[in-house]
Design a protein around this ligand. Structure first.
Ligand SMILES: Nc1ncnc2c1ncn2[C@@H]1O[C@H](COP(=O)(O)OP(=O)(O)O)[C@@H](O)[C@H]1O
Ligand SMILES: [Mg+2]
Length: 371
């Protein structure tokens, strides 16, 4: 089969900016080139505001939809210029867009991603696959996480249990049994970087606690940590998914008010412990055989303090990064959306019902054609 080129584009729950990956499928995927475009501060602030329920949301939503779509298209065109490829070489773009609300479960479950695909196809001249999550939700699923199917396709290894941990704004885990006939498992564990970033913005006026340096100087407050861990999300049985609209600054503020005075630096240390321990607890739920290799991806893989803490929580496992498997930590998710676009174009399913809880396998995403 002739190799195919697909592009995957997304901005995750950290709302840091747009990741674009150019992927060659032969048919195993390989990253050819990548590009990142940070959100301009004003747009980022508008997106953060849209993640919190408010009055008169439709106008700002409509404007952001267009602006995000335009910025996705610009990011994709910049990547193509970098590698000097014409749009005609690309089979399709898989655009996840930007999630601004995710409310799974209940009679009116919904999930909302913006970044108008019409804008992306009009500006790039390339077929766009978008709206990946809602079919799964229409089939009773969570619509998330979607990456485990991609993890299975590229990271599973016969004879060795593997766990993939994606630490974005929200963290999710995927268990890939060494018995490849056994079902995989996966779900959102809770906050990844979202609370760490929020607290860092509040007290350091920085978008992130780089390398976890601030957290490393603090002491974990056991009472605060225990109180946060009583949140029912952490013990709920999967399928489950969540978002920063739930693990929000308000959520943190509620716990802080109940806890009494805690030093700012200790709050950061405690939030880091919360991320590490809730991921570790989730991993311990998997009935795995013996010591397991854990491969971390997402921006959290750059946080050395967090990586150390995760290793300490899971002494019988080896905590490494997906780079060890040939996939750079920052591009796994964007590659997953290139893969999902390819699945759509080949009429193949993109969801993993055992993970999302959907009634059945489904081809995911709608098509936006340039002509
Ligand atoms: N050097 C670093 N030190 C600490 N945290 C980092 C570092 N690099 C990235 N991050 C974290 O990773 C986040 C971005 O991760 P990403 O995987 O893009 O998340 P998302 O998919 O939610 O956008 C940042 O918001 C930040 O919290
Ligand atoms: Mg990101």
């Amino acid at each position: 089969m002739k190799p195919e080129l697909f592009i995957g584009a997304l901005s995750g729950t950290s709302i840091d900016g747009i990741d674009v990956a150019l992927v060659r499928f032969a048919p195993q995927p390989a990253l050819v080139a990548s590009h990142f475009v940070a959100y301009p501060e004003a747009l980022r602030r508008e997106l953060l505001a849209l993640c919190v329920p408010g009055e008169n949301e439709i106008d700002p939503l409509g404007r952001a939809d267009v602006q995000v779509g335009r910025l996705f298209a610009q990011a994709i065109n910049e990547l193509l210029a970098k590698v000097a490829l014409p749009p005609s070489e690309i089979c399709a773009i898989g655009s996840h867009g930007q999630t601004i609300r995710h409310r799974p479960g209940g009679a009116t479950a919904f999930t909302l991603q913006i970044g108008d695909p019409n804008m992306i196809t009009a500006i790039t001249g390339i077929t766009v696959v978008a709206d990946f999550r809602r079919k799964d939700m229409a089939l009773g699923g969570q619509g998330a996480p979607l990456v485990p199917a991609f993890h299975e396709a590229v990271f599973q290894k016969q004879g060795a249990d593997r766990i993939v941990v994606n630490i974005g704004g929200i963290a999710n885990v995927t268990m890939l049994p060494g018995d490849t006939a056994a079902p995989i498992a996966g779900f959102d564990t809770g906050p990844g970087n979202t609370l760490l970033d929020a607290w860092s913005r509040r007290v350091l006026h920085e978008p992130m606690d780089r390398d976890g340096a601030f957290a490393a100087r603090g002491k974990v407050n056991g009472e605060l940590l225990a109180a946060m861990q009583t949140d029912r999300y952490f013990t709920r049985t999967p399928p489950k998914s969540t978002g920063p609209e739930y693990f929000s600054m308000e959520w943190l503020q509620r716990h802080l008010s109940a806890a009494g005075p805690v030093a700012e630096v200790d709050v950061q240390a405690t939030l880091l412990a919360l991320t590490a321990q809730t991921i570790a607890d989730a991993i311990r739920r998997f009935p795995s055989i013996g010591p397991t290799d854990i491969f971390v991806c997402g921006g959290g893989a750059h946080n050395d303090t967090l990586m150390r803490s995760l290793q300490e929580c899971l002494p019988s496992c080896t905590v490494g990064r997906t780079d060890a498997l040939g996939v750079p930590v920052d591009w796994v998710e964007a590659m997953a959306f290139a893969w999902l676009a390819r699945q759509r174009m080949h009429g193949q399913p993109g969801n993993c019902p055992i993970v999302t809880g959907a009634k059945r396998l489904a081809v995911l995403g709608g098509l936006w054609l340039p002509e």
